[in-house]
Design a protein around this ligand. Sequence first.
Ligand code: GH3
Ligand code: MG
Ligand code: MG
Ligand code: MG
Length: 291
Amino acid sequence: MAEKATILLVDDTRTNIQLLAGCLKHQYRLKIAMNGQRCLELAQNPPFPDLILLDVIMPEMDGYEVCRQLKENPNTKNIPIIFVTGRDSDEDEEFGLRLGAVDYIAKPIRPAIVTARVSTQIKLKYQSDELRNMALHDQLTQLYNRHFLIESAANKLAHVDRHGNPLSLLMIDIDFFKHINDQFGHHAGDQVLKAIAEILKTGNRKEDVVARFGGEEFVVLLEHCSLHSAVEKAEILRAEIEALEPMGITVTASFGVAQLMKHEQTFVELLTRADAAVYRAKELGRNRVVA
Ligand code: GH3
Ligand code: MG
Ligand code: MG
Ligand code: MG
């Protein structure tokens, strides 16, 4: 593991925190919350916890309620939770597990058991992060894949303010890519795709989504970006690709740009217009931006 995993300890009693911290502080980076509200805050801010050890009996908001809220929030729902509690009846344990906790530890805690159970959950968390990462990225370029793009576009469209903040999209299709493969081989073609992906990746804001849409097609989804700015951005990228010449191979791309219109309800409508613009760019001679 490259970096220490982060664990959020939540308990309203200082001595309990000290006990847990004593078991875990050498192996993990710890964050500490002494009430439910603070836990909800710390869970959503970096460094993001890989695991939460959550007390149940706390004033104001009990651990069950904290767990419910963490599971309802898309930003925190994937963080595993272990209840660490003095409530040790079967019913309590079943209740906690049904709320979505991955484990349930009864107080008084036994340090060796806590350490072992924590270690197991951290390993599982890393594995599931890795799987999720693989499921949402394109293996060759490490850009997001089509699946992620469509998922996040649906999210963005649901929240877009149709009168205020604009949402724009670039569709990018490499020119005569088939010739590149034919002339230089498939491996060289792959390297070209990677090099272009690097260009698309750099200089983006973190809310932008850059995805490999298909074989030699890419999409950049730009939040808070007007058609005018999107065209400017596309022109910069187009020129960078033209100037790149990866492995000495001259490569260009055609760009279609579209901005979400007020009446448009689905991502497919936006995508279709950008695709039509790419088609026109090809007809007009390729290596150009059409909006
Ligand atoms: P146009 O300028 O009209 O876009 O021509 P084109 O040759 O780029 O268009 P076309 O869609 O006919 O060809 C796309 C080619 O991209 C065909 C396919 O073999 C190649 N391709 C798709 N995915 C990959 C890949 O992962 N690696 C490589 N090397 N080639 C790929
Ligand atoms: Mg307590
Ligand atoms: Mg194509
Ligand atoms: Mg092409």
